[in-house]
Design a protein around this ligand. Structure first.
Ligand code: ARG
Length: 261
């Protein structure tokens, strides 16, 4: 494999890039696996065109504000394969973007989609996921090193193509302090965000995973909790450039206000 890569690299080397100091190694995959049957992904919907969302209530989908250009009249769910014939289509009535969303800072990257009709959880393969409550962070529930899982149909490497079957990867949570280190995000990570990933990179979410879930699973009860929404990252799976997620515990106040209106 390495040989083929080297050969290809040599073949495609033109006079323009021949002057590059070293062959740049592009992260080959973002380290995930296809979602297996043991994993409950029935709360994840595709917003189409490169974003996903999570069902948090019979009438509500939580996603990222930066996905707004992709919001259409429907989202689909009920299968990990985007091309399954039995995908359920859910009509969207209205979208709500967090009033303090900042596209330049990517802070408060939250949006809610209100469905036209409540989901019938009994008669569909869909479910909802419990959200992290607003105390989760202060109560120590989001401690550094806690292993979380991110799922989605995003590209499997930087500038790669999107898979049709959902993938997932485990990433440990990273403290805000470490995420704000100079060689990481240099102070750009505020309390509306949480970071997850490895110092050495290799495993991450990537383009197309946006709006989708970062979850933790209780080992005993197997209960899944939504703690983050895929928001941004510098490239994908690069060393120290952890994946950044909207902090669901922090967004809770706004989310509750909108869905209980
Ligand atoms: N903004 C991206 C999207 O629109 C998500 C990128 C996540 N990047 C990362 N390195 N974790 O799909």
């Amino acid at each position: 494999m390495k040989m083929i890569f080297l050969m290809l690299a040599t073949l495609t080397m033109t006079s323009a890039n021949a002057a590059l100091p070293a062959l740049k190694v592009v992260p080959r995959i973002v380290g995930g696996v296809e979602v297996d049957a043991k994993t409950d992904a029935s709360f994840i919907v595709s917003i189409g065109g490169g974003c996903a969302g999570s069902i948090i209530d019979a009438k509500w989908i939580l996603t990222a504000a930066h996905c707004k250009p992709l919001f259409t009249r429907a989202v689909t769910g009920g299968s990990t394969s985007l091309y399954a014939s039995d995908r359920v289509k859910l009509k969207v009535l209205k979208s709500y973007v967090h009033p303090e969303y900042s596209s330049s800072k990517s802070s408060n990257d939250f949006a809610l989609l209100e469905l036209a009709t409540p989901i019938d959880f009994e008669n569909t393969k869909l479910s909802k996921i419990e959200m992290a409550d607003s105390n989760l962070e202060t109560s120590g529930g989001l401690e550094e090193g806690t292993v979380a899982t991110v799922l989605g149909w995003g590209v499997t490497r930087e500038n790669g193509s999107q898979p049709s079957v959902m993938r997932m990867v485990d990433v440990p949570l990273v403290s805000r302090e470490r995420a704000n280190a100079r060689e990481a995000y240099n102070g750009a990570i505020n309390e509306s965000m949480i970071a997850a990933g490895y110092d050495q990179g290799g495993k991450d979410s990537c383009q197309g995973d946006s709006g989708g879930p970062l979850i933790v699973k209780d080992e005993v009860s197997k209960k899944q909790t939504l703690i983050g929404v895929v928001s941004f990252g510098e490239g994908c799976a690069r060393a120290k450039k952890y994946g950044i997620y909207s902090n669901v515990a922090y967004g809770q106040e706004w989310i509750q206000k909108v869905i209980n209106k």
